[in-house]
Design a protein around this ligand. Structure first.
Ligand code: NI
Length: 174
């Protein structure tokens, strides 16, 4: 099932910390994760956090291949994730399925280690560099109610907000 992706601005679910997952191995959790992958692939994204589908839980799914043909899927499920180490810095353009059509350079750690639970509740340690590291940081930010525009200058953020409000008024940002 493909969920509706919630968009930035005036959607409080995107800007509040999500709740910890405490029940594992359930059919509900498996289904939610499956549907999140389906929603992410349908939107041509490489990561999706539960608050983006209006579920305020600390769950994110990632596949930096984007599920494109010719690539083996590399599905990662991170539940209650935390960044444990960060190394280096790199600035690259970043986008978000909740802020479609807007991409801006964001500085992030180049390499990170993440601790997270899987659907069974088992803890795992994951390492990511470059795009995967960026994805980990972007998605974990979502679980803390932080969007990539928070990392931009106030001036740039205001310009983006103004652009979105205009689109909202025109009914082009549903
Ligand atoms: Ni995002």
């Amino acid at each position: 099932m493909i969920y509706r992706i919630v968009k930035y601005l005036n959607n409080p679910v995107l800007e509040k910390p999500a709740e910890k997952v405490t029940e594992f191995g359930t059919a509900e959790l498996r289904e939610l994760v499956e549907n999140m992958f389906e929603t992410m692939y349908a939107a041509h994204g490489i990561g999706l956090a539960a608050p983006q589908v209006d579920v305020s839980k600390r769950i994110t799914v990632i596949d930096i291949t984007g599920g494109e043909e010719g690539h083996e899927p590399e599905r990662l499920v991170l539940i209650n994730p935390e960044v444990t180490t960060k190394e280096g810095k790199i600035t690259e353009e970043e986008g978000c399925l909740s802020i479609p059509g807007i991409r801006e350079p964001v500085t992030r750690a180049r390499k990170v280690t993440v601790r997270a639970q899987n659907v069974e509740g088992e803890w795992q340690e994951l390492e990511g560099e470059d795009l995967l590291a960026r994805c980990f940081q972007h998605e974990i930010d979502h679980l803390n109610g932080i969007l990539f525009v928070s990392h931009l200058s106030a001036l740039k953020r205001d310009l983006i907000k103004r652009r979105i409000r205009k689109l909202q008024k025109a009914g082009e940002w549903e």
